[in-house]
Design a protein around this ligand. Structure first.
Ligand SMILES: [Zn+2]
Length: 187
């Protein structure tokens, strides 16, 4: 039995008691969560989300450049107004660089990734800041979007907010809405 078969079994149980088939398409809480694909993070549990509450956009690292397409759709077509960027401790993105992964693809598959940027990073706070700054700077999202960045600790289950004060100082209009908040605690 493949893992997919196991998942199909589990889905039968889920569907048996499913009673949320009438939810509207736009997220009720008007927020998009951007986080890593790491298997240890279950955003619905970490953040207390229910079906219909939020968009959850995931990729390796929870990188903003990779998620922009989805965020534009999330805002323009489905009305979200806040973005939470959540990177995490012990992330796989801290363990390699572009050159190493390009070489591994070449060695394993014989394929050339060219200048493909896998968006790895070496410092968690820095990667969160970089992604929040990228989203604040893009002209493709609402200029009044509330954007905050966090590091999730996979050992404790807690979220710690990353200070993006320097970023906010350079974008005065947004600063009012984003001050404060040393840390918020996940359930
Ligand atoms: Zn990760």
């Amino acid at each position: 039995m493949s893992t997919i078969d196991e998942l199909l079994d589990a889905n039968q149980g889920y569907a048996r008691t499913f009673d949320r088939g009438n939810l509207p398409l736009p997220p009720a809480r008007r927020i998009a969560i951007l986080t890593c694909m790491d298997a240890r993070i279950l955003p619905s549990r970490v953040l207390g989300l229910e079906e219909g509450d939020a968009h959850v956009i995931r990729n390796a690292g929870g990188r903003a450049r990779d998620a922009l397409r989805s965020l534009i759709i999330s805002q323009r077509l489905l009305g979200t107004r806040e973005v939470a960027v959540i990177h995490h401790t012990d992330c796989g993105m801290l363990t390699f660089n572009n050159r190493e992964l390009r070489e591994k693809v070449k060695d394993d598959l014989g394929s050339d990734t060219g200048e493909f940027d896998f968006l790895p990073f070496q410092d968690l706070n820095e990667s969160v800041r970089e992604d929040v700054e990228f989203l604040l700077a893009t002209q493709l999202l609402n200029q009044d979007t509330l954007i905050r960045g966090f590091v999730y600790d996979v050992r404790t289950g807690r979220l710690r907010e990353v200070d993006v004060g320097a970023t906010l100082a350079s974008t005065e209009e947004r600063a009012e809405g984003q001050k404060g908040g040393e840390a918020i605690t996940a359930p």
